[in-house]
Ligand binder design. Structure first.
Ligand SMILES: C[S@@+](CC[C@H](N)C(=O)[O-])C[C@H]1O[C@@H](n2cnc3c(N)ncnc32)[C@H](O)[C@@H]1O
Ligand code: SF4
Ligand code: SF4
Length: 376
C-alpha cells in the first residue's frame, strides 16, 4: 500500500479496494474467481447514441438458455459469488427471468443492468419474488435529453414507470438509478439524482461517457475533468440532505470526496483475477467487452470455464498486466495499488494497455488533481 499519511475513512474503500498483493496474501497464491459479468444478448429494443457494445441485432450464434445455465453451474463450482447480467437489453430475451432465478437459487449475488422499458408489472412482480441483489436502471437525463440520447421517443416514461413499480414491489433488492455523464446531460445530473430519489430508488450512480462502441462517434460530447468535478460537487449537498442515499460510481475515486461515506467509489477493476466476462456468443475474456482483443481465451460452448479461465493462462496474463509499473499520473496516485486505471478495453483500443486514465491525466495536467490524492 501507499505510504501517504493521509488516510481515508470510508469503509467502502476497504470492501472494494483490495490490492493484488493483499489478495495474493489473503488467498495464499491462488485467487478464486468470484465475479462474472455476462452479456446475455446483444439484442436491444433501443438504439442509444452512446452504446458501448453497439447493441441492436441479436447475434446469429448467441448463447442458448442451456449454455448460460451451464456457465452458471461452472461458475458456482469455481466458487463464484457475484454475477452481473447485462446486454444488450437483458429483457429482450424471453428467458432472462428464468436465468436470474437459476442464479439466485444458487445464492449468487445477482445484479441486473436494464433500460427498464420492456418490463411490465407482471414481470416485476415475478422478479420481486427472487432474491436479486441489485437492479440497475439507466436514466441519462430528464425526459427530452434521455429520449434523445437513447434515440427513442417515449423511452424515458417507460423506464420511470418500471422504476416506480419496482421501488414499490422490491423489498430486499437494491434499486439503483445510473446515469452516463456526458455533455448532453451534465447540466441535468442533479435533477436526475433528485428524480431517482423521488421514484423511490435506493441509490444513484454516475459513470463517465467512455469512448467505446457507438460512443466513438461522440467525441465532442465526452465530459471534461472539470465537468465531472462539478457534477460530483453538485451531488454532495443532495446526498447530505438525504443520508439514506449514496452515490455509487465508476468515476475514478480522485474525482470524489471519498472521505464522505455517502460516496461509494467503485475501485474494483475491469481487470482482476477475481472477474471473468462472457459475451453473448460465449466468448470468455476478463470482461465481456474484451472478447475481440488478445485477452479472449476461447468459447464456453467448446471448453469448460476452469480450462478457459485458469488453465489457458488467462488469469496469469491478467495478473501480469496488473503487476506492471503504472504510467503517467497513475504512478503518483494514492489509489495506484487498488485502482486498475483506465478501462483496459479502451487502453487496448488506444494501443497501450498500460495507458493512464486519460481523464485523470487531464485532471492532473490542468492542475485540478486534488493534492490530497497525490503521493509525495
Ligand atoms: C450496455 S448497457 C446494457 C444494459 C441496458 N441495456 C442499459 O442500457 O442499461 C449497460 C450500461 O452501460 C452504459 N453505457 C453504454 N455505453 C456506454 C459508454 N459509451 N460509456 C459509458 N457507459 C455506457 C449504459 O448506459 C448502461 O448503464
Ligand atoms: S445502452 Fe443499453 S439500451 Fe442502449 S442500446 Fe446499448 S444495450 Fe441498448
Ligand atoms: S490516477 Fe490512475 S490510479 Fe488514480 S484514480 Fe485515476 S486511474 Fe486510478
Amino acid at each position: 500500500m501507499s505510504d501517504k499519511s493521509f488516510s481515508i475513512e470510508n469503509e467502502n474503500l476497504r470492501i472494494h479496494g483490495t490490492s493484488l498483493d493483499d489478495m495474493l496474501q489473503i488467498f495464499d497464491g491462488e485467487i478464486p474467481l468470484q465475479k462474472a459479468q455476462i452479456e446475455c444478448t446483444l439484442g436491444c429494443n433501443l438504439n442509444c447514441l452512446h452504446c458501448s457494445v453497439s447493441a441492436g441485432q441479436v447475434r446469429k450464434d448467441e448463447l442458448s438458455f442451456g449454455d448460460i445455465l451451464r456457465f452458471i453451474d461452472e461458475f458456482y463450482a469455481e466458487g463464484g459469488l457475484y454475477i452481473v447480467i447485462s446486454g444488450g437489453e437483458p429483457f429482450s430475451r424471453s428467458d432472462t427471468i428464468d436465468i436470474i432465478e437459476y442464479a439466485t437459487d444458487y445464492g449468487l449475488s445477482t445484479v441486473l443492468l436494464t433500460n427498464g422499458t420492456l418490463l411490465n408489472e407482471e414481470m416485476i412482480e415475478r422478479l420481486s419474488q427472487l432474491k436479486i441483489y441489485e437492479m440497475q436502471f439507466s436514466v441519462d437525463g430528464l425526459r427530452e435529453t434521455h429520449d434523445r440520447f437513447r434515440n427513442t421517443a417515449g423511452c424515458f416514461d417507460k423506464t420511470l414507470k418500471s422504476i416506480r413499480i419496482a421501488s414499490e414491489k422490491f423489498k430486499n433488492t437494491r434499486i439503483l438509478v445510473k446515469s452516463t455523464v456526458s455533455k448532453f446531460n451534465v447540466h441535468e445530473i442533479k435533477d436526475v439524482a433528485r428524480l431517482a430519489i423521488d421514484t423511490g430508488a435506493d441509490m444513484y450512480a454516475i459513470q463517465s461517457l467512455m469512448p467505446c462502441g457507438r460512443a466513438w462517434q461522440l467525441s465532442e460530447h465526452y465530459p471534461s475533468p472539470g465537468e465531472i468535478l462539478e457534477v460530483v460537487r453538485s451531488l454532495i449537498g443532495l446526498f447530505e440532505e438525504n443520508p439514506r442515499y449514496s452515490i455509487g460510481t465508476q468515476v475514478k475515486p480522485v474525482f470524489l470526496p471519498v472521505e464522505v461515506p455517502s460516496f461509494f467509489p467503485y475501485l474494483g477493476s475491469c481487470l482482476s483475477p477475481t472477474l471473468v466476462g462472457m459475451d453473448s456468443r460465449g466468448d470468455i475474456a476478463p470482461c465481456s467487452v474484451m472478447t475481440d482483443t488478445f485477452l479472449r481465451a476461447g468459447n464456453i460452448k467448446r471448453k469448460g470455464l476452469r480450462e478457459l479461465w485458469r488453465n489457458s493462462g488467462l488469469c496469469d496474463k491478467v495478473m501480469e498486466i496488473l503487476k506492471r509499473e503504472k504510467k503517467g499520473i497513475c504512478k503518483k496516485c494514492y489509489f495506484k495499488d487498488t485502482c486498475s486505471g483506465v478501462c483496459k478495453k479502451l487502453a487496448i483500443d488506444m494501443g497501450d494497455i498500460d495507458l493512464p486514465s486519460p481523464l485523470c491525466q487531464q485532471l492532473y495536467d490542468s492542475g485540478l488533481f486534488p493534492e490530497k490524492y497525490l503521493l509525495t
